[in-house]
Design a protein around this ligand. Structure first.
Ligand code: SAH
Length: 226
């Protein structure tokens, strides 16, 4: 069982992504559990502030350490965490290998930033891993967290119906996935490659492998040198 706790100031942004398709089924099958925590519930002042002006001046608010600490302290009384992750554009860039590693963990916390990000002391003292989903800046860590979680959850054994299907996705084995087709066999004169209709399993497998190599050479030659 993989348990994921998400810390956010915008829980609403996270409700949609976990309520559909594979992520929903994984939770129904009790293979994965996702819990969303509103950092605002862990504030102690009367305005329930989660952010404040930055020291030294400058535009943009910074998320305060205390509510985050309170929330983490509370969660640590329930679970021992393998990783406390902060979504941030200056973290290590997410790839399939990182998702593979995280899919084998038991308990993960994911902290979503907002505004200018979190007080640096949060990162120094509570965070064990920092992950970016790419070299661009979003306004909050919620969408990045959903991207990370989707990529992890589909790799947890038992989540995908066909156990082997994740193994043939792009980036497993440093290869892009081969093309796929479904009915009809002919549409507007455009035919499905003959070999896929042949029923000859070995030839189909070879064809797919060659297509994967060709596609990788053409689109992502960098992957072949890794
Ligand atoms: N001032 C920060 C950006 C803050 S963006 C900087 O320049 O680095 C606000 C929040 O959105 C961040 O705290 C982070 O949680 C999230 N975020 C934005 N872009 C992201 C990305 N590419 N990957 C992961 N998280 C991101």
């Amino acid at each position: 069982m993989l348990h994921i706790d998400i810390l956010t100031v915008h829980p609403d942004l996270l409700i949609g992504p976990f309520d559909h398709s594979i992520l929903k089924r994984a939770q129904q099958k009790q293979i994965v559990e996702v819990e969303i925590h509103n950092i605002r519930d862990y504030t102690t002042d009367k305005h329930h502030s989660t952010d404040d002006y930055q020291f030294g001046g400058g535009a943009g608010m910074v998320m305060m350490i205390e509510p985050i600490d309170n929330c983490l302290k509370h969660l640590k009384t329930k679970r021992v965490f393998d990783e406390v992750i902060y979504m941030t554009p200056d973290g290590e860039r997410l790839n399939q290998q990182i998702s593979n590693q995280l899919s084998m963990k038991g308990n993960i916390v994911i902290l979503c930033g907002h505004y200018k990000g979190v007080d640096e002391r949060v990162r120094e003292h509570f965070i064990t891993r920092e992950i970016s989903i790419g070299d661009y800046v979003l306004s909050g860590g919620e969408l990045p967290a959903a991207v990370l979680i989707d990529s992890i959850v589909r790799l947890v054994p038992g989540v995908l119906g066909d156990e082997t299907s994740a193994l043939f996705d792009s980036f497993q084995d440093n290869l892009l996935a081969p093309p796929v087709y479904t009915r009809p066999e002919i549409y507007n004169d455009w035919k499905v490659p003959e070999i896929l209709l042949s029923g000859h399993f070995k030839n189909i497998e070879d064809w797919r492998y060659n297509e994967a190599i060709e596609r990788t050479k053409r689109r992502r030659p960098d992957l072949l040198n890794e």
